[in-house]
Design a protein around this ligand. Structure first.
Ligand SMILES: *Cc1c(COP(=O)(O)O)cnc(C)c1O
Length: 405
């Protein structure tokens, strides 16, 4: 694979112009970790400065009445429209993914009191598994584990075998953090529903890179993070979606004043607010919601179909270059080869990938490492170039060739 191919792909890429909108685009650093922390958009600096001087510094406490009180729901509706395939009034922003997963799991179990199992897979993201273990203990339910291929993910057959009359909740990741396996959301949701169970989807590794249709798939609950492909910045708040048909009945256990029916009544007892606001707990992190609004505006302009097209082209190119440059050095693909089954990153296995990752960081090539032996190349559709992919994969080969072993 020559430089010329990457240059031609970048030249012909209708989305290439957007790359310059991101901080650091001009540097030669190769960034393969947009699936862990997306690059900031240049306009975000201005938005943050404007907020400090104007809204925060100028409006002070009046900001809550004027805009901030409803901002979690307003940004939630934007997320719903632009990246979640969901109608308004079902999504809110706040807390971390971990905390929202907890609230959503508890909400689901409370809605299925006569059932005793949570179904999940062994290779789900650690926080999902750890939370399920805690919730199971807390609520006296069992966990039913699906064993999965670490280079793949949960299939329809596996889920159909795991669910039954005891299943209260199925907890799944839309894109597997390790392999990039893209689950069939519609099919798996239908299988869970046929068994009478509810489904909670973790969208952290898909939102902003893979089109999502929560309403059309009849998803019950979903949670996702905003600092990966939504470029919200380190620790930016997560979002939770609860289907409108459930909102009247579902409740969550962190009964704070900001999710109460009338926060400023400050009454003696908790009563949940109407609608999705009841999934809030304490004062929402307003500053943390600013940066993701810039990325949402860009995704709205470009459209998720075009974003996915670029994402597939980038991962296809990475798989192809890795096949040519790295396969002869003993590197294997640990992601699905079929792009229809793959999200926005590519994982490559080699026994020395841990050492290789450390050496790559020294050279300003920034992928990350995941056991067992996996190098993850996270390719952010709007901020990664084909040239970056080629230079990064070639650097992996040079580093592997230089390692003793
Ligand atoms: C990144 C990620 C999380 C992160 O959870 P935090 O609470 O933000 O630390 C959770 N689940 C999945 C699948 C992820 O990829």
């Amino acid at each position: 694979m020559s430089d010329a191919t990457a240059a031609r792909l970048d030249h012909d890429d209708p989305l290439a112009k957007h790359r310059d909108l991101f901080v650091g685009a001009e540097s030669s650093l190769v960034y393969f970790d947009g699936n862990s922390l997306g690059r900031p958009l240049r306009v975000t600096g201005e938005r943050l400065a404007r907020f400090v001087d104007g809204e925060w510094g100028g409006r002070l406490i009046r900001g809550w009445d004027e805009r901030w009180f409803d901002l979690p729901l307003a940004v939630g509706d934007e997320l719903a429209r632009i990246v979640l395939g969901a109608g308004p009034g079902q999504t809110t922003v706040g807390d971390s993914t971990t905390v929202l997963l907890y609230k959503a799991m508890r909400a689901a179990l409370a809605a299925r009191p006569d059932r005793s199992e949570i179904v999940l897979d062994r290779d789900n993201f650690p926080t999902d598994r750890y939370l399920a273990q805690g919730v199971a203990e807390e609520c006296g339910v069992r966990l039913r584990w699906i064993e999965v291929d670490t280079a793949g993910g949960v299939t329809a057959e596996q889920l159909a075998e795991a669910v039954g009359p005891d299943t209260a909740l199925v907890l799944l990741s839309h894109v597997a953090y390790r392999s990039a396996w893209l689950a069939d959301m519609g099919e798996l949701t239908r299988i869970a529903h046929d068994a009478g169970a509810l489904v909670l989807w973790d969208l952290s590794h898909s939102v902003g890179s893979v089109p999502i249709q929560l309403d059309a798939c009849e998803v019950d609950l979903a949670v996702g993070c905003s600092y990966k492909y939504l470029n919200g910045g380190p620790g930016s708040p997560a979002f939770v979606y609860v289907a409108a048909r459930h909102l009247e009945r579902f409740t969550q256990p962190v009964q704070g004043w900001m999710g109460a029916a009338d926060p400023f009544l400050m009454g003696p007892d908790y009563a949940p607010a109407e609608g999705i606001r009841r999934f809030l707990s304490g004062t929402p992190p307003i500053v943390g919601m600013l940066a993701m609004q810039d990325m949402l505006a860009l995704l709205d302009e470009v459209g998720m179909a075009a974003v996915r097209e670029k994402s597939v082209a980038l991962t296809e190119y990475a798989v192809q270059v890795a096949g040519e440059v790295l396969a002869p050095a003993g590197v294997g693909l640990a992601s699905p080869r079929d792009p229809d089954l793959r999200g926005g990153h590519v994982t490559l296995n080699h026994p020395l990938m841990r050492e290789a990752t450390a050496a790559l960081w020294q050279r300003d090539v920034i992928p990350d490492y995941r056991d067992p032996h996996g190098l993850r190349l996270g390719l952010s559709p709007l901020s990664t170039s084909y040239d970056e992919v080629r230079r990064g994969v070639e650097a992996v080969r040079e580093v592997l060739d230089g390692l003793p072993g």
